[in-house]
Design a protein around this ligand. Sequence first.
Ligand code: MN
Length: 389
Amino acid sequence: MTWVQDEGFTADAPFGPQTLPYGVVDGQLAVRVGNQALPLRPIAHEFGALADVVSADSLNPLLAAGCPAWTEVRARLTELTTALSAPRGATLLPIDDAVLPFTVADYVDFYSSKYHAENAGRIFRPKDEPLLPNWLHLPVGYHGRAGTVVVSGTPVVRPNGQRRSKDGPVFGPSQKLDIEAEVGFVCGGPVTSRVSTSAAADHVFGVVLVNDWSARDIQGWEAQPLGPFLGKSFATSISAWVTPLDAFSAARVHTPAHKLLDYLVEDAPWGLDLVLEVDWNGTVVSRPRFADMYYSFAQQLAHMTVNGATVRPGDLFASGTVSGPNRDQLGCFLEMSWGGRDKITLAGGEQRTFLEDDDTVRITATAPGPNGSVVGLAEVAGTVSPALP
Ligand code: MN
């Protein structure tokens, strides 16, 4: 029993006391307790020397404060939210108005599901080996567009662009608008480079869900030889709540064993046993397993910084589309429809290959928490609006 009166604040619910994700509500840093938010500014006096950090209007100062501060604030929040009586000044607010909880610095997207990479290879290059030779040796990725990372709930305007046709390139609304269900990692701590796999967790504050919206027709025409560009950069949606990495202590698993160069070898298991759920207009079409990823976030961060590139607070990197071996574990519609060949049937009989205007996609995820509890990632949702004229 705690002073927090919320039916979602229990160990068997995704946002119970074992989770405590951070967001911004009413212009203040807040922590989610079930289906409500506890703003931290009114109770900042409970945080001693970290009062200024938790009084902020975003997560940025806490990201910059570094790993020891993250642990201290989370421990204090656990005490405060599970106490019998409320701390002085505490109020609970609704969580309806989502805003981006931090300023996205740089954004990198990886491609670290072997199932997804093989499927995409078979669809795009049916005559060739599905994996290119580098894939088994390094986490392939690209730099995305930080300025168009948007919070869950933001409408996604169908992009216009160039695509291939029999008679040469044509311009217009994408006809193959897709999703990519991914897991994103929010960085913090001191600006540094050459982060080892064993130090990676000190530079990753928390985890969000990511929908890397993708216009397959624009992508297919523009992407040779330098990779994704306008087919991806129009919008990337993330959860409004960042779940601390510390909440996943019971969800750690080894990534599949494989031989890698030394700087990518891990001492500790840093895969995460998350199961995602992809809901398309109210029909669950897939449950991808994040534990099946070939590279962990620690390997991705080590690779991203091994050349001397720095990581700084607010950097976001995403896993790549999370797909598993089975038909009901695929993380994008390109794979589910096999390049548009097969129809996907939704509840009510609607059929789809790619997204139509007014379609809504919601991605959620849970992981095992301590003592049989469940840890949630806040949903990332978006509805497609028609292309601009
Ligand atoms: Mn992606």
